[in-house]
Design a binder for this molecule. Structure first.
Ligand SMILES: *[C@@H]1O[C@H](CO)[C@@H](O)[C@H](O)[C@H]1NC(C)=O
Ligand SMILES: *[C@@H]1O[C@H](CO)[C@@H](O)[C@H](O)[C@H]1NC(C)=O
Ligand SMILES: *[C@@H]1O[C@H](CO)[C@@H](O)[C@H](O)[C@H]1NC(C)=O
Length: 770
């Protein structure tokens, strides 16, 4: 017996090692004659029919055990259990229980944290990363180590610079976040019609961007949000994720919005996400958020009411056990009927069918060939390196002192608590990386290094090791300080209290800069912005780079930029505020717009007008680019639907409702020249903003991003970039009642200092006919 058993194990291990064939079918095993011919197992039938057939066979008890992430098996129908919770924020992660590393899958490619990748402003990069991550995820699924449902990306607006999870997001701009969401999701989910490579989930819907601040935590926070801010800021990335990315899932959040937990709000879930935006997929709770709104928020008086409220609001799946425990009694008490439970299951089972989970042998399906050899491939790891190079932002370059010279800078003092880090570079919601290149190792590929940490860790509680760091700086031809934050300072459940560098870091930087023989370069790792005014103003600090959390190859990318084998093109995806910005700014105040009477400064570049350390979109290059408009319309007529009341007098109103405009493909086409007038080839990130007509008072942002484009331009060359701007989506603003309107009059399009004026006029279609 024992020997048969052990040879069986050997066989299984062998299969695992070969990869791709280890996992038994989740359902509809061709070897199971009792199920393989049932309609729900027939891959040739429409998915709707198969789902209906399956639901018709399940008992209420069985259905209820499918409402949770740890979904139970239904052995009599040949269905195995399934763990819905996996994460893949910037690489396959083991944060959720659905994915584990080990055996033939010791690690996965760990891309830069999302805030860094966002700084590349390169939508094709975002999609390419999604494609790689889903290849690795499928390979791990095939090998029995990963799931198929990934609760990524996080597309909440980085509203407050202190937020510990800002690092996970694509930044503060709704259009940037929405483009990121749609691109990354397309990469993850693939483009094979209705079939899903893996299922992504955009989270956390909505107005979720506070973890723990001044005694308020996310489990108890009631975000008071105006209709205007919801419509033109918080919901935008989610809408784009659903409508443009066709995401297979949305996750609701822990917090309440205007007194209602998001996971119990039918207006948000049923009407907005499913109704208005047309989500084809499932809505999942944040982990235990149904339990949280019952037990912590005391939103309902019984657990059964909480279960019923969530499901009736449109929740389809609970991360956590709550719905498995309380839904049956909710049905018995008449708070919910079986039809409501069926509706939820239609949404989850449809996604599982689109993933091929009811199509029999995984190895016989598309992606079935992927195995261990498809994880951490050289090409994947090179993309992680490339992403870091594209995302790193050059903030200062006096002299210019960068790039360093191989000829003159033979020895480099590499100093600071982040100078030889590994896991710090991958931030949170990470996995196990394939391999790391720390900054010290990266710089060591170009020069001889003298290494000193200066402080034991980023908290930098004392100056005991300063002397050795100063000695190193005195000896070397150049000094690179790698400073900043890590997950002990900013993380999930940890919001920052201030924006300055922690502890004695600032002193270390200034003292080292004063002692350095050669140029001093400051490299910052952080998710959120840091007030480094002191370094910006210190003439002895010649260069500053922000690397975000640059991923497994971060140190290699930093070194490539320092030594000029890569030319930086990243731009800040969030405003860098001075510390004083926080003076009159409760993190709990959700208002985006400034209020002068209350001394409230407003949030993000769209609404805050005060002093900044570095602005949204800031970033230098080793070359210099100039722009000009090659062609752009000066006037555009917006057709307005003939009114039923036959009255066109309102057309002179300052802003027409988008719902009245014939939007369709109404767009303007703009051609821009980008010229590289420097001596180095470079990649330029072109950001186009619009300034809406004045006179819309509190409605309109100062300016808003309408387009961005990445373009490679060789030295002395010029390229023409074509930009299309959808008028209703991108030139509209939202009024105080939450209605999107197109302001008529003069819109200014600008790229850097170059401006173009565009006048929008309305025409009623009816008038011309009469
Ligand atoms: C954007 O990223 C992709 C993927 O790395 C890359 O191939 C492309 O060259 C990048 N675009 C530019 C203009 O650099
Ligand atoms: C159109 O509006 C004007 C001004 O509000 C009003 O005087 C006029 O009677 C209206 N015409 C119709 C056909 O409703
Ligand atoms: C015209 O605008 C006024 C004020 O905004 C509004 O009360 C009226 O209903 C509008 N009329 C039409 C025909 O849209």
């Amino acid at each position: 017996m024992a020997s048969i058993f052990s040879s069986l194990i050997t066989m299984i291990l062998l299969l695992l090692l070969l990869g791709g064939e280890a996992r038994d079918p989740f359902a509809c095993d061709p070897k199971d004659t009792t199920t393989k011919n049932l309609p729900f197992c027939r891959a040739t039938l429409p998915i709707g029919e198969r789902v209906k057939d399956l639901i018709g066979r399940l008992t209420l008890e069985e259905k209820i055990r499918l409402l949770v992430n740890d979904a139970a098996a239904v052995p009599r129908l040949g269905m195995k259990g399934y763990e819905w919770w996996s994460e893949a924020l910037h690489g396959v992660s083991n944060v959720g229980p659905g994915t584990k590393f080990g055996g033939p899958f010791p690690g996965a490619t760990s891309f830069p944290q999302v805030i860094t990748t966002a700084a590349s402003f390169n939508a094709s990069l975002w999609e390419a990363i999604g494609q790689v991550v889903s290849n690795e995820a499928r390979a791990m699924y095939n090998g029995g180590m990963g799931g198929l449902t990934y609760w990524s990306p996080n597309v909440n607006i980085f509203r407050d610079p202190r937020w510990g999870r800002g690092q996970e997001t694509p930044g503060e701009d709704p259009i940037l976040a929405g483009r990121y969401a749609a691109s990354y999701v397309r990469g993850l989910q693939g483009s094979d019609g209705n079939r899903l490579k893996v299922a992504a989930s955009c989270k956390h819907f909505t107005a979720y961007d506070l973890d723990k601040w001044n005694g308020v935590d996310r489990f108890h926070f009631n975000a008071q949000v105006s209709k205007q801010d919801i419509e033109d800021t918080f919901n935008v990335p989610f809408r784009m994720c659903v409508k443009e990315g066709n995401v297979a899932s949305v996750m609701c959040s822990y917090n309440q919005v205007n007194g209602v937990p998001t996971c119990a709000d039918p207006k948000l879930l049923k009407s907005t996400v499913r109704g208005q935006w047309g989500l084809q997929g499932y809505i999942v709770s944040d982990c235990d958020s149904v339990g949280v709104f019952y037990a912590y928020q005391r939103y309902t008086s019984t657990p059964e009411e909480a279960a019923a409220d969530a499901i009736k609001a449109g929740l389809d799946l609970d991360c956590g056990p709550f719905l498995a425990v309380h839904t049956e009694n909710a049905v018995k008490k008449g708070l919910l009927n079986e039809g409501d439970v069926n509706n939820a299951l239609v949404n989850t089972l449809t996604v599982q069918m689109r993933l091929g989970m009811f199509d029999g042998e995984p190895s016989a399906q598309p992606y079935g060939h992927l195995g261990p050899r498809d994880v951490c491939t050289p090409a994947h790891q090179e993309l992680a390196h490339e992403a870091a190079k594209q995302g790193i932002v050059l903030l200062k370059n006096n002299g210019p002192s960068l790039p360093l010279s191989l000829r003159r800078h033979h020895t480099v003092a590499v100093i600071g608590p982040n100078s030889d880090v590994t896991t710090t570079m991958i931030g949170n919601y990470a996995g196990v990386a394939c391999a790391y290149t720390s900054p010290l190792q990266g710089i060591g590929r170009y020069a001889k290094t003298i290494h000193e940490v200066g402080c034991a860790n980023v908290a930098c509680n004392d100056d005991k090791q300063f002397g050795r760091a100063l000695d190193a700086a005195r000896q070397a031809d150049a000094t690179v300080l790698v400073m900043g934050l890590d997950q002990s300072i900013e993380a999930e459940t940890v919001d920052r209290v201030g924006l300055l560098l922690p502890g004695y870091q600032q002193q270390l930087v200034s003292k080292v800069a004063a002692a350095s023989k050669g140029p001093t370069i400051l490299v910052l790792m952080s998710g959120g912005p840091v007030d480094i005014t002191f370094a910006k103003n210190d003439p002895r600090i010649k260069g500053i780079l922000w690397a975000g959390y640059p991923g497994q190859a971060g140190g290699a990318a930093i070194a490539d930029i320092l030594f000029g084998t890569a030319n930086p093109g990243g731009k800040l995806p969030m405003t860098w505020y001075p510390q004083e910005y926080l003076k009159n700014l409760a993190m709990t105040n959700m208002a985006m717009r400034a209020s002068h009477s209350k001394g409230y400064p407003g949030r993000t570049y769209r609404f805050y007008n005060g002093p900044v350390v570095y602005s949204f979109g800031y970033g230098l290059s080793y070359t210099h680019f100039i722009h000009s408009f090659a062609s752009a319309p000066k006037v555009l007529s917006v057709p307005v639907a003939g009114h039923h009341h036959g009255n066109s007098s309102n057309i002179s109103n300052k802003a027409i409702r988008v719902s009245r405009a014939r939007c369709g493909k109404l767009s303007i086409s703009v051609q821009v020249y980008v010229k590289n007038i420097g001596s180095k080839d470079g990649t330029h990130t072109l950001l186009m903003f619009s300034i809406p007509p004045s006179g819309n008072g509190r409605w309109a942002p100062h300016k808003q991003l309408v387009a961005f484009e990445k373009v490679h331009v060789p030295a002395k060359a010029q390229k023409r970039v074509h930009i299309n701007i959808h008028v209703c989506k991108l030139l509209s603003v939202v009024d105080r009642s939450g209605t999107r309107r197109i302001p008529l009059g003069e819109h200014i399009l600008h790229i850097g200092d170059v401006k173009h004026s565009l006048s929008l006029q309305a025409v009623t279609l009816g008038i011309f006919k009469s």
